[in-house]
Design a protein around this ligand. Structure first.
Ligand code: PMP
Length: 398
């Protein structure tokens, strides 16, 4: 049966972690990851999560099946975070939300639903994008192309190129947009640019699909939802995939959601029935634990306040690492201007380091980064930041 099976290519980032794990140098640092580490280099278990888990363990609830779209306590909490608690769309019944297996699972439910709805469409992702975007939409049967996004010369967004591309696309094209904290570049659109993207989607009849994997990691919960709020105010229909992997540090619990904004309450019930069909034939219904924890935290004023302060702590620490790295590079005599690192948002930065420079960092210093030059700022801490700055400085001078 398996004689003709070919070896699939290795995931480049997981492959990097394997090489990192095999490295015996005690000073090694893995900046290739996509995970938030605290100042001790550990993945945090948030106190708000711990408290909700303790209460749940004590209550010892039975483990029946969940509704196909997840429990209402969870899906309502998701909607309030994304659209704002006072959202007219929510009040009008125009938002459909289904729990997803992480942000990835939510993207896939959306992709599968879209394929039934709009089988001839092409999906457009940013150039570059999170590498799983392409694979995931291709796996759902779509051709995937790109729109211009990152401009290496300015270390920002090539907005003119992006907009021109959007305005050239046929109606029904699916446009995958990073709602905030662009992965891998860290370069985000301004609010004014988002308004232009909304206008382009309206003008050309495009299908916007926002991916919100880092809400709260740039400026704050509501601030980071600007794109969702602008699309909400536009009257357009659109998709949002969201994830609590980072904002609740619940990576392995796989907690995410797919939300779809429809034209009416009546349309919502038809859309939800189809989304449920996609889920039912895929994994039947979602797991309990992570979503229950998130729902408990978000519905308790005390736990929510605690979570918000812990989220702010993660956000502030990443910012401090951005500023720290830029200052230390300057102090070590690097002439090149790295101030763009402070302007980029979220966990990542496209540093501008070449694949060759990344290879030298790995070989000579045991500092691991993605060959595109992407580093994860959340993997820096008080103990390793000097070593990393020193390594980068030497590679740049070399
Ligand atoms: N979208 C983007 C842009 C991401 O960076 C990630 C995770 N790295 C995801 C989606 C998937 O998130 P999850 O781990 O919740 O599946």
């Amino acid at each position: 049966i398996f004689a003709a099976v070919e070896m699939a290519p290795r995931d480049p980032i997981l492959g990097l972690t394997e090489s990192f794990n095999a490295d015996t140098r005690p000073t090694k640092v893995n900046l290739g990851v996509g995970v938030y580490y605290d100042d001790n280099g550990k993945i945090p278990l948030l106190a708000a999560v711990k408290a909700a888990e303790k209460a749940r363990l004590e209550a010892a609830p039975p483990r029946g099946y969940q509704p196909i779209e997840g429990p209402a306590t969870y899906t309502q909490a998701v909607q309030n975070l994304l659209f704002g608690a006072g959202s007219d769309l929510i009040a009008a019944g125009r938002v459909v939300t289904a729990q997803g297996i992480g942000g990835t699972g939510a993207l896939r439910i959306g992709a599968d639903f879209l394929k039934r709805l709009n089988p001839g469409a092409t999906v457009y992702i940013s150039d570059p994008s999170w590498e799983n975007h392409r694979a995931l939409f291709e796996a759902a049967g779509f051709p995937v192309e790109t729109y211009p996004y990152y401009d290496a010369a300015t270390r920002g967004v090539d907005f003119a190129g992006m907009k021109a591309k959007l305005l050239s696309l046929p109606a029904g094209s699916v446009i995958l947009l990073h709602a905030c904290c662009h992965n891998p570049t860290g370069a985000d659109l301004s609010d004014a640019q988002w308004e232009e993207v909304v206008a382009a989607c309206r003008e050309k009849g495009l299908v916007p699909f926002l991916d919100m994997a880092y809400q709260g990691f740039a400026d704050g919960i509501d601030q980071d939802a600007v794109a969702v709020r602008l699309f909400s105010a536009s009257g357009l229909q659109f998709f949002v995939s969201s994830s609590f992997s980072k904002s609740f540090s619940l990576y392995g619990e796989r907690v995410g959601a797919l939300s779809i904004v429809t034209a009416s309450k009546e349309e919502s019930s038809r859309v939800l029935s189809q989304v449920k069909r996609v889920i039912r034939t895929n994994y039947s219904n979602p797991q309990i634990h992570g979503a229950a924890i998130v729902a408990t935290v978000l519905s308790s004023p005390e736990l929510r306040a605690q979570w918000e302060s812990e989220l702010a702590g993660m956000r502030d620490r990443i910012r401090a690492m951005r500023t720290g790295l830029v200052e230390k590079l300057a102090a070590k005599g690097v002439a090149q201007d790295f101030s763009f690192v402070v302007k980029q948002r979220g966990m990542f930065s496209y540093t501008g380091l070449s694949a060759d420079q990344v290879a030298v960092l790995q070989k000579d210093f045991g500092i691991y980064a993605v060959s595109t030059g992407r580093i994860c700022l959340a993997a820096l801490n008080a103990k390793n930041i000097d070593y990393v700055a020193d390594g980068i400085a030497q590679v740049l001078k070399g």
